[in-house]
Design a protein around this ligand. Structure first.
Ligand SMILES: Nc1nc2c(c(=O)[nH]1)N[C@H]1C(S)=C(S)[C@@H](COP(=O)(O)O)O[C@H]1N2
Ligand SMILES: [Mo]
Length: 306
């Protein structure tokens, strides 16, 4: 990945320390003393729990959320991302925000960590049928967008994940069209539920969960929540996105969780909470966030705009 920012000294782990820690972990893994190391981005943050989200919900055990992932840049199997997380070049990191806005800007990780970070418990539902409940540490995407001042032509927001084929072998294969690209309508992006997450279970994001910064949009299927974001673009037209390009009759741009619109190859009525063997939970419209987001789709046919 090309990065035009100087390394912010305050959050970067000196390479020597990082390498020796990595080498130590590798030795531990080789010796069979650890199953797989959790590679985390090396920053710290202050996060205030926000009790308004997920009060009383039972959390999914962290080990499931950390070891059952979709992150095609790190491999196609659910266990690949945790195993290959060390391939992500995490330092230095920055996010370029540009397009239809008055103040395009590159945010260093240090600058991103100055947004008001809070911890929120959200439900998360993958289009493939699994789900979990976990505490994310992050800030509202709208705070960042407000800083760049979107113009009146900004109707959609595009999120681009890391593109580093030299580091990520999967990006040398036509597995998906790289970089992984997702998008939201501007009102969805400005919705207070939409987070840019930098942590999970109170710790910096692990590589497999999209370190160092990823989107979390809890009322939509998981694929909308792009990981390891390097670029955010404000645009006028609905963008082409990775999964829509891949299989347009299977995945729509909106991808709102909806038990009444089956995927062409399976029902979406039920879900399997990670840690359970069965589809023991009924899936809710908008993943249970209808009170907060249904108004965004008033008058839209959700079967057509799936
Ligand atoms: N860059 C990128 N982001 C991605 C993906 C991916 O393959 N690449 N997979 C998506 C899918 S399909 C899901 S379900 C979620 C999974 O997030 P998690 O592994 O943290 O649970 O990440 C989403 N974000
Ligand atoms: Mo997914």
């Amino acid at each position: 990945m090309k990065n035009i920012n100087p390394i912010p000294a305050s959050w970067v782990t000196p390479e020597s320390v990082y390498l020796s820690r990595r080498q130590w972990l590798k030795a531990m893994v080789a010796a069979g003393l650890l199953s797989s190391p959790t590679v985390r981005a090396a920053y710290t943050f202050n996060s205030q729990p926000n009790p308004a989200y997920g009060r009383g919900w039972k959390l999914t055990e962290a080990k499931h959320v950390l070891n059952y992932n979709n992150f095609y840049e790190l491999g196609p199997k659910k266990t690949d991302p945790a195993e290959n997380a060390h391939l992500l070049p995490l330092e230095p990191w920055s996010v370029r925000v540009e397009g239809e806005c008055e103040r395009p800007r590159t945010f260093t990780m240090e600058a991103l960590l100055r947004f008001p970070i809070e911890q929120r418990i959200y439900r998360f539902r993958c289009v493939e049928g699994w789900s979990f409940v976990a505490p994310w540490d992050g800030f509202e995407l709208r705070r960042l967008l407000q800083q760049v001042r979107p113009t009146s032509r900004a109707k959609f927001v595009v999120f681009e994940s890391i593109y580093a084929p030299d580091r990520l072998p999967m990006q040398r294969l036509p597995l998906l069209s790289w970089p992984y690209t997702e998008g939201l309508r501007i009102d969805e992006a400005m919705h207070p539920l939409t987070l840019l997450a930098v942590g999970l279970y109170g710790r910096p994001l692990a590589g497999q969960n999209g370190a160092p910064i990823r989107l979390v949009v809890p009322w939509k299927y998981g694929f909308k929540s792009a990981k390891s974001i390097v670029r955010i673009r404000l645009v006028e037209k609905m963008p082409m996105t990775t999964w829509v390009k891949e299989a347009p009759h299977e995945y729509g741009f909106y991808a709102n969780v909806n038990p009444d619109v089956p995927h062409p190859r399976w029902s979406q009525q039920r879900e399997r909470p990670l840690g359970s063997w069965f589809k023991s939970r009924k899936t809710e419209l908008f993943n249970g966030y209808g009170d907060q987001v249904a108004h965004l789709y008033r008058g839209m046919d959700l079967r057509k705009w799936f």
